[in-house]
Write a protein that binds this ligand. Structure first.
Ligand SMILES: C[S@@+](CC[C@H](N)C(=O)[O-])C[C@H]1O[C@@H](n2cnc3c(N)ncnc32)[C@H](O)[C@@H]1O
Length: 256
């Protein structure tokens, strides 16, 4: 499982993803204050949690994956409390946290479970606390050239990620008031060469690895996808600058 395709060596290894410089400050600018108790729900390898802890937040990491939690523990020198649990059965008291962060976790939840998942999270957030969701919505996903170059991949991405309208209405059914929805640009202004982009997809396709969306392609589709990239990338980026940008959104939904 992987947060987002961004075509570098870490594309297949979401556990090792690092926050971009300034990421934590974007959260603080939204009012997430140092000293607050925050649940990193679906913390993965714990590097985002580590950044939050360094900024002075009191963070607890939670994930359904024991492997992710082992790495999270290592990346936080055993200093961050970690909990192996699923969003569908949260082992926390009502009002236990000021903030819950879900970074690139939403696309792992079935859309029919959004409301109950948000209701569970609503319960463990204190009055006036907030849920922070970082994800990509359809509008973000559609901007990616691979989703345009190879429509079967675009369709998978649109199935996995949700529409903003759908998510915001599920949040309000669960009792949240959406306060902000900010664009987030990962690797904005960074480029790779056509050769490197192709080498990367060739390696991942050969090894049967890659972002979650790629893994949902059949074997035949995966090689077709790579062939389409071989034909189209140079045509689409004649200046040999393939953008590495991945677009997302950060939502702050306040408890009523
Ligand atoms: C794409 S990774 C994101 C990890 C981290 N938040 C980050 O931004 O790098 C999604 C994480 O959510 C976890 N996850 C997915 N569904 C979950 C659920 N229902 N309950 C708890 N964790 C879940 C996965 O195990 C994985 O570690």
């Amino acid at each position: 499982m992987m947060s987002a395709p961004d075509y570098d060596a870490s594309v297949d290894n979401w556990l090792e993803k690092e926050p971009e410089q300034g990421w934590v400050h974007q959260l603080i600018a939204l009012g997430v204050s140092p000293g607050s108790r925050l649940l990193d729900c679906g913390c993965g390898g714990g590097k985002y949690a580590r950044n939050l802890r360094r900024a002075g937040l009191d963070v607890i990491g939670m994930d359904r994956s024991a492997e992710a939690l082992r790495l999270s523990d290592k990346n936080n020198n055993g200093e961050m409390p970690i909990v192996n649990a699923r969003i569908s059965s949260l082992p926390f008291k009502s009002g236990a946290f000021e903030y819950v962060l879900m970074r690139y976790v939403l696309h792992h939840i079935s859309k029919s479970d959004y409301v109950t998942s948000f209701q569970g999270l609503y319960d463990i957030i204190r009055p006036s606390g907030a849920l922070l969701i970082e994800t990509s919505f359809h509008e973000d996903v559609l901007t990616h050239f691979d989703h345009q170059l190879y429509p079967p991949l675009g369709r998978i991405a649109l199935e996995m990620y949700s529409e903003w309208k759908f998510t915001s209405s599920a949040l309000s059914v669960a009792g949240f008031v959406v306060e902000r929805c900010l664009p987030m640009f990962r690797k904005a202004g960074q480029f790779t060469s056509v050769y490197s982009a192709l080498e990367n997809s060739r390696r991942l396709v050969e090894q049967g690895r890659g972002p979650t969306t790629w893994l949902k392609l059949s074997e035949a589709q995966r090689s077709e996808f790579h062939n389409v990239r071989m034909l189209e990338l140079a045509r689409r980026f004649p200046d040999d600058r393939v953008p590495r940008e991945w677009r997302g959104s950060l939502v702050l939904a306040r408890k009523n």
